[in-house]
Design a protein around this ligand. Structure first.
Ligand code: AQP
Length: 335
């Protein structure tokens, strides 16, 4: 079986509140890869149900992620876009890899600790096994590269360890490639607008903590105006942002949206008060995001089109994953 050299796999959970962190840390980076790689972009609905999802909202959130992919510039005719639950190889391979990965590895996963909170006994088994399903997502396609935000780095390491252990245990050298994380751009970890020490996240109870891909220009301006900062003006150099997480975050967001470095942004705004910088950031965010949110809205009004993209993508995903899963079953001795 020929090993692909340039195959990208990544996914986004349809858990609602798709936000600027998802866009800058992941979705936007998917776009240029379609020029150089064979790309498979998944809506990971099986991951989403590791915490409770309202069934009606799950369907609409799934379509919203597809709309975000396409509106951001991913071409569904040349890339594979599909939802995870349609391709059973993910679940089947996840079970096999559950028997390869070790409990000790999962016990070290910080995302489980964060998401399960204090009452870990009540977290779903799925939330605990999430990283193994993610390994299966990637390895079902023998993907070589995985563009993700920084928060997924630890899960990627577990996917690599799982691939390596499978290859060793079954004496199948190089069967699974060791997937490389692609953590790209200046916004690999966008922080909450209400607390610059916490990641911007879909599940934050405060809507003011994140700019979502549904926000109007007014919403964006209001959230940036209310973003937590400090009374000092912007410094001249990046070192001056140390110990100022709110300021650092806004400068990072400006840099990512403008395609500049943080140093370039500070060269432009050194000495400026936030009363000047925040409106400039709001204007830039509206300029960059409004065309995408507008296009998402248009696409969301045509659910038949989105469902067609998902159906065609699932067929293409099956065509890649099924032979790989078949070979895995042979390797482990299933008849
Ligand atoms: N704040 C962020 N900055 C940069 N990248 C981010 N990503 C998530 N948050 C940030 C990246 O977005 C991709 C899809 O993420 P996901 O749908 O799997 O959700 P998540 O990582 O669990 O993070 P969320 O969106 O904040 O959800 P909750 O609230 O459930 O934790 C991934 O590549 C991720 O790295």
């Amino acid at each position: 079986m020929e090993q692909p050299r340039n195959r990208v796999f990544s996914g986004v959970q349809p858990t609602g509140n798709l936000h600027l962190g998802n866009y800058l840390g992941a979705i936007r980076n998917f776009v240029p890869l379609q020029q150089t790689h064979e790309c498979i972009y998944c809506v990971v609905d099986m991951h989403a149900i590791t915490v409770w999802q309202d069934p009606k909202e799950l369907a609409s959130n799934t379509r919203e992620v597809v709309a975000a992919y396409i509106a951001s510039g991913i071409d569904p005719s040349t890339n594979v876009i599909f939802n995870q639950s349609k391709v059973s190889a993910h679940a089947e391979l996840a079970w096999i890899l559950n028997c390869v990965a070790r409990i000790g590895w999962l016990n070290r996963m910080t995302q489980f600790k964060d998401k399960a909170g204090k009452d870990r006994e009540k977290a779903s088994v799925g939330l605990y096994a999430y990283p193994v399903l993610m390994a299966a997502d990637i390895l079902a396609y023998r993907a070589t590269h995985v563009p993700v935000g920084e928060d997924q780095k630890q899960h990627l390491e577990l996917a690599r360890d799982t691939a390596q252990k499978f290859n060793n245990d079954f004496d199948a050298p190089d069967f699974f490639p060791l997937p490389e994380p692609l953590i790209m751009g200046p916004a690999t970890r966008v922080m909450s607008l209400r607390d610059g020490t916490k990641k911007m996240s879909k599940s934050d109870p405060s809507d003011l903590s994140r700019i979502t891909m549904r926000d109007s220009a007014d919403d964006i301006a209001k959230k940036i105006r209310k973003a937590q900062t400090d009374p000092d003006p912007l410094p001249e150099a990046v070192e001056g942002l140390a110990g100022r997480p709110g300021a650092d975050n806004l400068v990072g967001i400006y840099a990512a949206l403008a395609g500049l470095s943080k140093a370039d942004v500070l060269a432009r705004f050194a000495g400026a008060q936030f009363s000047v910088f925040k409106p400039a950031l709001a204007d830039l965010a509206v300029e960059k995001l409004s065309p995408i949110t507008g296009e998402m809205k248009r696409l969301m009004a045509d659910s038949a089109y989105i469902d067609g993209v998902l159906a065609q993508g699932a067929d293409r995903a099956h065509a890649v994953a099924d032979p790989i899963l078949g070979r895995v079953k042979e390797i482990i001795g299933f008849i």
